[in-house]
Structure formats: structure tokens, C-alpha cells
Ligand binder design. Structure first.
Ligand code: HEM
Length: 451
């Protein structure tokens, strides 16, 4: 059985100049093969050190046990700040804690159930768009981006993507994504901190346009809340939730920062995962058939509780997040000197946590590069799920949208396969690269037929 595509690694030793060149091309293939076996690897640069950490108990220390000692790295935030401002994705300490206290209730289990009708409507719309293309070869990432953006607009603001303002935001985001990777090169590059960074003019302009559009959405909603006419969706919930400690709600400006990250983190990631999931079932027809059969239980109007019954679809989606984690790496910074694996890690070092490498670690997983959704029922799969699987990160900074994404992904995957059959094109194997999220360099092209 051929393995799902994996980027070729670079040789173990290359010059810094060559490393930088490779890095500019793609974060994943710029890394050496040994990272798939190492517990920890050190990268020394003239200005700072970075450590990629795969060892499960060290990852637990950083993410779960002492997260406040390993704040988000400022080097990472630079590239995204023009768009995201002081959003929860970038902040640290007391400011971040306050933001999570206001945001988290909107994503709790009960709210997810209330969000579900909007998710179902968006999924049906996505299926209808794809069904219209039956008989054609379709670039799937474009379809899944459209679908995931639609879900975010409908669940947050109760508007479909056809709404003029929503369509404009979507369009601008696409332009922005081409100019900014989520992992700023600065996290790895040997640039001193004092060196001023310049954003490209088009990045700054795109960020300004997006923020103006989101401000209009938030102001419109603020007025509706005041008039008592606001729909009961995620935006209303977040804008009316008071921090239990201070009694304050978000100002419109703060809400704009949060909405920007919900769009960015919420739609790019889900779109990436769903596109890879569809590719993997297209190349594993036996799993595609099993999912199509399971999807019969959706019927025409599945209840929220029916999603929990889509077990095979969930196993395939989890396996997709293992092989192609949409956020391939996360970066933290040491606040004080540390000692990891008998090595001194200085204050201010960059700690790179890599779902990409940990999920394919040769000393942790059975058949690390293979597609095997049944692994989750095995002893190795279960222990790795606990210790070596972090597509949504872990600990207090875990993705706020993890529950949301698992419902959305599993539902969409099933619904598409209920009605459509997908086939991969011979000779057109997508090449994974880390743009904003893990994407295929030239898209994912599949033949779509009605069942
Ligand atoms: C398959 C889909 C998704 C994946 C794989 C994913 C993954 C992640 C990861 C790995 C992080 C941590 C990043 C870091 O610490 O550097 C994160 C954070 C975050 N995600 Fe997601 N995400 C997904 C969907 C969503 C959705 C649907 C939403 C919202 C609607 C969302 C909102 C956020 C937010 C707000 C944060 C920042 C949390 C914080 O720093 O406290 N994500 N996500």
C-alpha cells in the first residue's frame, strides 16, 4: 500500500544559508529526517537557540503543567499582529486569561448543540455546491475553504457567506493568507530581536481592509444587541458575556481582534483538515465505502446527537489530523532558564512543539506514516492518543474551537460521502507544504461523481 504523501526531508547537515533558503520554500521539508526519531533537537543560531521537543513528558510540562512559564513566543506574533491585534491567539498572562474567561463559555458543549443547525445548513450548502460539479475534476481545497468560512459566518454572525459583507471578508482573507504564514520565519531565523521587522505593504493593507469589514459586522451586532433584536449566535454570546472576575464585557475593538482570529484559526484549519480527509478516503476506497455506508444513518435531517454515532468518520478525521495536522508547529518561549534532558535551556529560548513530527514519531507510533483509522482501537493508538497526539494543542491554551471542529469535520466528511464518490487522479499526488496551515502545494484535485 503506498503511503500518504510526506515531504522529503533535507540532509542532516546543511549550511545556514541553505537552511534559510529551504525554509523560505517550505517549513516542513526544511527540517532534517532525524526529527522523526529525536526526543529533542537543538538549533543554534548566532542570536538565540531553539529546541524542538518531541518527548511526551516535556511537551506536557510546557503545555499543561507550567504553561505560564512558557508563554507564546513574541517572535511568532509579529507576522500576525497587523491582522489579529490583541487577539486571544497572541496574548499572554492576565490579558489572555481574561479573554479566555469571556470566550470559553460560547464554545461549551451546550452551546455547540445550539450552533448545530447553522452548521448543518452550511454543510448542506457545501454538498449542493460540490454535487453541481459531479462528473468533473474539482480542486477540493477551494471547496473546503468556502465551506469552512460559511460555517464560521453562520455560527458567529448568523449570515451565510453569500452575505455581501461576509463574502468581502472571505475574499480579503484569501489575499492575506498568501502574504503571511502562521509560523513566522522569525521564530527560526537568526535575526536579533532589536532588528526592526517590516511588514510587506500589501500585508498591512489587507489587514486594514479586513479589520474595517469586521468592525462593521461587530458594530452592526452591537446595535442589534442594544435594540434587543440580536440573533442568539456565538457573536451575541461573546459580546454579552461579562468576565466573572471583573464584570467587564469586550469592547467593540476587542471583539474585532477576537473575530479576526475566529475566522483565521477557525476556517483555514478546518478547510485544510477536511481537504486532506477527502483526499485520504479518495486514495483508500475501502474506507470511503465504509464511511458512505455509515453516512446512511444521517438521513435527511440528523439530530445533533446523531453525529456522535458517526464513529468511522470520526476515526478517519482523527487519523487525518494525525497525518496532516493543520497547525504543524507551535512555538513558546522560556521565561526562565530550564533544564531539559540534561541540557541547559537558556531564558528566552524558543521551544518548538511539533504536532507534525510528534504525530509521525517512529519511536512512538506503529506504522507512523501509514493511513490506518483503525489504529485508534489498538493499544498503541490509545496510548499515543493520550501522549503523542496534539492537533489542537493541549492544556489551558488548547484550541477553543476543538469541539466545534470535531463536529464540523466529521459531519461534513460523512455528508459528502453519503452522496458523492471521490477518486484521486493518477499521477497527481498533492505535496504537503506549510503555508498558513498544512496545504497541498498545487491544491488537491479529485474526480467527483454522484453515488
Ligand atoms: C481542525 C480544526 C482546527 C485545528 C486543527 C486547530 C488547531 C489549533 C491549535 C494547534 C491551536 C494552538 C496554537 C498555539 O498554541 O500556538 C489553536 C488555537 C486556537 N484555535 Fe483552533 N483549530 C481548529 C479549529 C478552530 C475553530 C473552528 C476555532 C473557532 C471557531 C478555533 C479557534 C482557536 C482559537 C481562538 C485559538 C487560540 C487559543 C488560545 O491561544 O488560547 N480553532 N487551534
Amino acid at each position: 500500500m503506498t503511503l500518504p504523501p510526506k515531504p522529503a526531508s533535507r540532509p542532516d547537515t546543511v549550511s545556514l544559508r541553505r537552511y534559510l533558503k529551504l525554509f523560505r520554500q517550505d517549513l516542513l521539508s526544511a527540517q532534517p529526517e532525524r526529527l522523526y526519531r529525536a526526543w529533542m533537537a537543538e538549533f543554534r543560531t548566532p542570536f538565540f537557540r531553539s529546541y524542538l521537543v518531541n518527548q511526551p513528558d516535556l511537551v506536557t510540562t510546557v503545555l499543561k503543567e507550567r504553561p505560564l512559564d512558557f508563554p507564546k513566543s513574541g517572535r511568532i506574533s509579529e507576522g500576525l499582529r497587523p491582522l489579529l491585534g490583541e487577539s486571544v491567539f497572541l496574548t499572554n498572562g492576565a490579558q489572555w486569561q481574561r479573554q479566555r474567561r469571556i470566550i470559553d463559555p460560547a464554545f461549551e458543549g451546550g452551546r455547540l448543540r445550539e450552533t448545530y443547525p447553522a452548521m448543518w445548513a452550511a454543510s448542506q450548502a457545501a454538498l449542493a455546491r460540490l454535487s453541481e460539479r459531479a462528473g468533473e475534476t474539482v480542486e477540493i481545497e477551494e471547496q473546503t475553504s468556502h465551506a469552512a468560512a460559511d460555517i464560521i459566518f453562520r455560527t458567529l454572525f448568523s449570515i451565510p457567506i453569500e452575505d455581501a459583507l461576509a463574502a468581502q471578508v472571505f475574499h480579503e482573507f484569501r489575499a492575506y493568507q498568501r502574504t503571511q504564514p502562521i509560523l513566522n520565519l522569525a521564530a527560526f531565523l537568526p535575526l536579533p530581536r532589536w532588528m526592526p521587522r517590516f511588514f510587506r505593504a500589501d500585508t498591512r493593507q489587507a489587514a486594514r481592509r479586513i479589520r474595517a469589514l469586521i468592525t462593521a459586522l461587530c458594530e452592526r451586532r452591537r446595535a442589534e444587541i442594544e435594540a434587543g433584536t440580536a440573533p442568539d449566535d456565538l457573536a451575541t454570546k461573546i459580546m454579552t458575556t461579562a468576565d466573572l472576575e471583573t464584570g467587564e464585557t469586550f469592547s467593540t475593538g476587542e471583539m474585532v481582534d477576537q473575530v479576526a482570529i475566529f475566522f483565521l484559526a477557525g476556517h483555514e484549519t478546518s478547510a485544510s483538515a477536511l481537504a486532506w480527509a477527502l483526499y485520504l478516503v479518495a486514495t483508500h476506497p475501502e474506507w470511503q465505502e465504509r464511511l458512505a455506508e455509515e453516512a446512511q444513518l444521517l438521513g435527511d435531517a440528523p439530530a445533533f446527537s446523531d453525529i456522535a454515532r458517526l464513529r468511522l468518520s470520526r476515526d478517519v478525521f482523527r487519523e487525518t489530523l494525525r497525518l496532516y495536522p493543520p497547525v504543524p508547529m507551535m512555538v513558546r518561549e522560556t521565561r526562565c532558564p530550564e533544564r531539559f534532558r540534561d541540557r541547559d535551556v537558556p531564558k528566552g529560548a524558543q521551544i518548538v512543539l511539533s504536532p507534525w513530527h510528534q504525530h509521525r514519531h517512529a519511536r512512538l507510533w506503529d506504522n507512523p506514516d501509514g493511513f490506518d483509522p483503525s489504529r485508534w482501537g489498538t493499544e498503541n493508538g490509545r496510548s499515543c492518543a493520550r501522549e503523542a497526539y496534539m492537533p489542537f494543542s493541549a492544556g489551558p491554551r488548547v484550541c477553543t474551537g476543538a469541539g466545534f471542529a470535531m463536529v464540523e469535520g466529521v459531519l461534513m466528511l460523512s455528508l459528502v460521502l453519503r452522496d458523492l464518490k471521490l477518486t484521486a487522479l493518477p499521477g497527481k499526488v498533492p505535496e504537503p507544504v506549510a503555508f498558513l496551515t498544512v496545504r497541498a502545494r498545487d491544491g488537491i484535485h479529485l474526480q467527483v461523481e454522484r453515488r
